[in-house]
Design a binder for this molecule. Structure first.
Ligand code: FES
Length: 182
């Protein structure tokens, strides 16, 4: 059996190599973590909403028809990404003030079947989805035959002074139960 002895220069070279390799690995890791975090926030601007949904001001009480006709409103929420903070539409809701009520009912305008926006049809007093012909009553109930697996999604709503606020949430489509998207 024989052993090769190493000169001091060879030992020093090897230590230098490992030190350089370690610096590259650690440096790369430290660079990747914040970059990946920023990218995740940028690619998912609604990420902030994934937690507990907050009430968002949508309109004023006196903007609602008093005869019980639903009216559509956009929902504008904060968008926060790595570089900007801005407000932009994140969805739409229908508010309906039943005659004599002091607080409106709120339905998401997103069809539970596959996510198209439903439209309110005044003459028939129904919501109709243009994509696959689901139809819903003014309270959101399914009118058969409709491919939608569940009624329109109701949302929590409250009135503060003259302002109407909605707890806007996005739900999975294509399933019979109402599950908030994460
Ligand atoms: S998306 Fe509305 S019926 Fe299909």
């Amino acid at each position: 059996m024989s052993y090769e002895s190493q000169t001091p220069d060879q030992t020093s070279d090897r230590r230098g190599f490992f030190a350089a390799a370690s610096a590259i690995v650690i440096g790369g890791f430290l660079a990747i973590v914040p970059t990946a975090a920023a990218l995740a926030v940028f690619l998912n601007p609604l990420r902030k909403r994934a937690g507990e949904a907050k009430f968002v001001r949508v309109t004023t009480l006196d903007a609602l028809p008093t005869d019980g006709t639903p009216r559509e409103f956009p929902v504008i929420a904060n968008r926060v990404d790595a570089w900007n903070r801005s407000r932009e539409p994140v969805g739409a809701v229908y508010l309906r003030l039943p005659q004599g009520a002091d607080k409106p009912d709120c339905l998401s305008a997103t069809c539970p079947h596959a996510g198209c926006f439903v439209a309110f049809d005044g003459p028939s007093d129904e919501f109709k989805c243009p994509c696959h012909n689901s139809a819903f009553a003014v309270d959101g109930a399914i009118i058969p035959p409709s491919p939608s697996p569940r009624p329109m999604d109701s949302l929590a709503c409250k009135v503060e002074g003259n302002d109407v606020l909605v707890k806007f949430e996005d739900f999975y489509t294509g399933r019979s139960d109402k599950v908030v998207k994460q």
